[in-house]
Design a protein around this ligand. Structure first.
Ligand SMILES: [Zn+2]
Length: 377
């Protein structure tokens, strides 16, 4: 790689770091994505892209391309999981309802942000019973979220109400970013602000390409709630292809043995199979044309494209693929550790390579690219 190319690669990585860090610090519970959406809209406006917002709150920008080529929707979710206020006790302590896949055993002692409004948010603490009063049988038990409470410094219900907290007020983990090393970042809602950062960078790079298909960038809402935000966007845009970006479970920690072979820092990943299997009986088997497209692209870029196949998780693509007469769909992503906890971990090198894979893959959608099932094994 030439010195000039190295400098360019570094700048993409630096921009990804800045975008990711800034977005991780913005709260955006499912259904309350406004602050994140406004930030991304500003980034896209700086690139000269016009955006629109639909009634659910999805942010959409379209880059018109060569007519006649398959059109693509590249999407990711803006929202994060968290809580809403269920009730406020007379003494000012706050009870919570969970929103999304919140891991209950990782909650006590966490700091949270009670999202009253920009400039008026309050910090709180999810209480952990005093250790000196913990009985032996309580020691190794997970406390159900319904029994937890938040101490935000209020002395009474009246004080909490006066500060703007009410039933339904959104709460998220206190936003934080920790640089673990040059490339590894820990913090809140890497899922899926990392996907958002990558799409902004993909849009920046694609603006420089003349020969490309029409691409719709969609930043969706309410994925952590029930995976339906992106559906209305797909129905309205009617793309031929849908590429969904999110984390893929890194399996390179001692507690993830035998779950798969996805390593943090070893490059982007592609999901070959997902199925939730609990409640939400849905998942995604990728369209073979897209598997070939991205496998071939990775090979050309001399980049490793890792593979994932597992049950227990699913993404918006499960529903997006059912829009209209069917959308050729695939889940691509970045390896991530400790999903849905307050301190998730990702690697900037993986995001950088995912960006390049997407740009190169999308510009290679040409007139011979076929979505016909009979053209593929
Ligand atoms: Zn996600």
């Amino acid at each position: 790689m030439s010195a000039r190319a190295t400098a360019k690669a570094n700048s993409t990585r630096d921009r990804l770091r800045t975008l990711l860090t800034e977005m991780m610090l913005i709260p955006g519970l499912s259904g309350y994505e406004g602050r994140v959406r406004r930030y991304i809209a500003r980034q896209l406006a700086d690139l000269g892209l016009k955006t629109s917002t639909d009634r659910l709150g999805n942010l959409i920008a379209t880059l018109d391309g060569v007519a006649g080529l398959a059109t693509a929707m590249l999407f990711t979710h803006m929202d994060q999981l968290g809580f809403v206020v269920r009730m406020i006790e007379a003494d000012g302590l706050i009870r919570i309802e969970r929103l999304g896949g919140v891991p209950e055993r990782a909650l006590p002692s966490q700091a949270v942000l009670i999202c009253i409004g920009e400039g008026r948010d309050r910090i709180g603490v999810i209480a952990n019973k005093s250790h000196h009063a913990t009985t032996p049988d309580e020691k190794y038990k997970v406390v159900p979220y319904a029994d937890l409470y938040i101490d935000a410094g209020f002395a009474s219900r009246g004080e909490a109400l006066a500060s703007g907290v009410d039933i339904g007020t959104p709460i998220v983990y206190r936003p934080q970013v920790l640089a673990l090393s040059d490339n590894r970042i820990a913090g809140t809602s890497i899922d899926d602000r990392a996907g958002c950062a990558v799409i902004v960078e993909v849009a920046r790079a694609l603006l420089k390409h003349r020969k490309r298909p029409t691409i719709h960038f969609v930043f969706s809402v309410q994925e952590e709630f029930n995976l339906r935000g992106a559906v209305t966007a797909a129905q309205a845009l009617q793309p031929d292809i849908a590429i969904q970006l999110d984390l893929l479970l890194a399996t390179d920690t001692p507690d993830m043995g035998y779950r798969g072979d996805v390593r943090l820092g070893a490059g982007p990943a592609m999901s070959m199979y997902s199925f939730h299997g609990r409640g939400t009986l849905n998942g995604t088997i990728p369209h073979p044309a897209l598997v070939e497209l991205f496998d071939g692209t990775a090979k050309r870029l001399k980049m490793r494209l890792q593979r994932s196949a597992h049950t227990g998780a699913l993404t918006d693509s499960s529903y997006v693929q059912l829009a209209g007469s069917g959308v050729a769909s695939i889940d691509l992503g970045f390896p991530m550790r400790y999903s849905h906890s307050s301190l998730e971990v990702c690697d900037l090198g993986d995001l950088d390579q995912l960006t390049k894979l997407l740009v190169e893959g999308l510009v290679s959608v040409n007139s011979v690219f076929s979505l016909d099932r009979d053209d593929h094994a």
